[in-house]
Write a protein of this length. Structure first.
Length: 451
């Protein structure tokens, strides 16, 4: 990166950033309080509130949202008459999954092979640190030229909509001219990227029951309807032979017309085992950015260890359905529930319950903020041009903000490039990406203020 006072400041602040991210990763802030103590999330929220106060933010508050979690808000006044920019991140994280699969403890930041490992390093506690770095760099080089609002969510990963509902109830709180969502990522390390589309999502819990109680598989198996087998049949109906998602009535032939994603690169990014094929048809970009995708997230059934020779009376599953822009998530939920009910065999009793939902999102890339970001990224990533990409994941808040503030420009950047392996074991962040994106965000705020 060429010599630049903002870049030099960010570089000098990286050791502090690492220490702060280490503290933040140390909180097991999973917003599922049946598995992890609520006190861990509360401690993370208080850490962020203290960090904002230390940077001169006023009106710092812990917002109690309707889903029982807390979001952290702060306001940093800029020059009179300046534009207002909202910076977003979230401090809640995914569970560590199989802790035995982590090479180092998930809630301890550990440096290895030039990357920082730990749950939330990229998604999205690193985003909190990115915002702090950008603001500190500006303060050290002439000041922050815009009014800044920061909102750090406490339940994004759960999809329970706490911050969305709070924002709807207090529409003036997050109003801004431009919103920077720090929860996306570059297409690959070193390639500056803004995410212009997000798939929406719905979470549906399915319960199948067939018997009053479990039965001996030798005495009754062969005639007694097996609830677990019925559930498996129903779940299998959600995919065609090639693995494409097939929900009755749901369009699944969308095309992506932006940045392409080769199968070779995708296999490497996804760490697909040798000899195992990809699923679906069309280009990889079509499949992950422009079409629906169903995933069975979990099944409640007896584990192999300790299983008894029984016909199962009941079984349960949690299903995620991602839907592309142009598809209404609420309508997709109804289609998914109807499909499951129609494809559950043998007259088994089936109930479906929606437990989370978020609408898809498409950004307006013609807005002035995108040019300001492109110019900033050209400096932070010399020799590279900012790219537009989709993302298969969901950030439900985006559509809420777009609806509340239709004139606001929304940009999505962040640290979750493919090597970060977010939501998986051994999540990590590239400190070089943290440095470059912090520089880009700082320069963007300066460019945007001058535009």
């Amino acid at each position: 990166m060429p010599s630049n006072p903002v870049a030099e400041t960010v570089a000098s602040l990286l050791p502090r950033a690492k220490a702060e991210l280490t503290e933040l990763v140390g909180f097991a802030s999973v917003a599922d309080f049946t598995q992890f103590p609520k006190s861990e999330s509360e401690a993370a929220a208080n850490w962020i509130a203290d960090a904002l106060r230390a940077e001169g933010f006023t009106d710092v508050a812990l917002l109690d949202t309707p889903d029982g979690t807390q979001s952290v808000y702060g306001y940093l006044p800029g020059p009179e008459g300046a534009k207002t920019v909202l910076l977003y991140a979230h401090y809640d994280v995914q569970p560590p999954l199989d802790e035995a699969g982590w090479l180092t403890p998930p809630f301890e930041l550990t440096e290895r092979d030039g990357r920082w490992y730990g749950r939330g390093t990229a998604d999205c506690k690193g985003g909190v640190i990115m915002h702090l770095l950008a603001l500190r760099a500006l303060k050290a080089n002439g000041g922050v030229p815009v009014h800044v609002k920061v909102i750090v969510e406490g339940s994004e990963e759960q999809g329970t909509g706490g911050l969305e509902r709070y924002a709807e109830q207090h529409p003036e709180l997050l109003a801004a001219d431009t919103i920077v969502i720090g929860d996306a990522g570059n297409f690959r390390v070193g390639l500056p990227t803004v995410t212009t589309t997000l798939r929406g999502m719905t979470l549906v819990r399915v319960q199948v029951d067939t018997l009053a109680g479990n039965l001996h598989s030798g005495q009754f198996g062969g005639a007694a309807p097996d609830a677990l087998a019925a559930l498996i049949r129903a779940l299998d109906s959600l995919r065609a032979e090639d693995g494409s998602t097939t929900v009755d009535g749901l369009d699944a032939v969308g095309k992506w017309d932006g940045l392409e994603y080769t199968e070779e690169q995708f296999r490497a990014d996804a760490k697909v085992l040798e000899g195992v094929g990809l699923i679906g048809d069309g280009s990889v970009a079509d499949r992950i950015w422009a079409r629906p995708a169903v995933t069975v997230l979990g099944i409640d059934c007896p584990p192999v260890v300790g299983a008894t020779p029984s016909v199962q009376a009941g079984a349960r599953a949690l299903i995620s359905l991602r839907v592309p822009p142009g598809v209404d998530a609420a309508e997709a939920t109804k289609l998914l529930q109807a499909h499951i009910e129609a494809h559950t065999p043998w007259g088994a009793r089936v109930t479906t319950e929606q437990i989370g939902q978020g609408q898809p999102f498409r950004a307006d890339t013609s807005s002035p903020a995108y040019q300001a970001m492109a110019d900033a990224m050209a400096v932070a990533y010399p020799g590279e041009t900012m790219q537009y990409a989709g993302q298969g994941g969901s950030i439900p808040l985006c559509n809420t903000l777009a609806g509340l503030y239709p004139r606001a420009e929304i940009l999505l950047i962040g640290l979750s490039e493919p090597e970060a392996q977010i939501h998986a074991v051994n999540e990590s962040v590239s400190p070089e990406e943290l440095e470059r994106l912090s520089v880009a965000e700082a320069l963007f705020l300066r460019n945007y203020a001058a535009g």
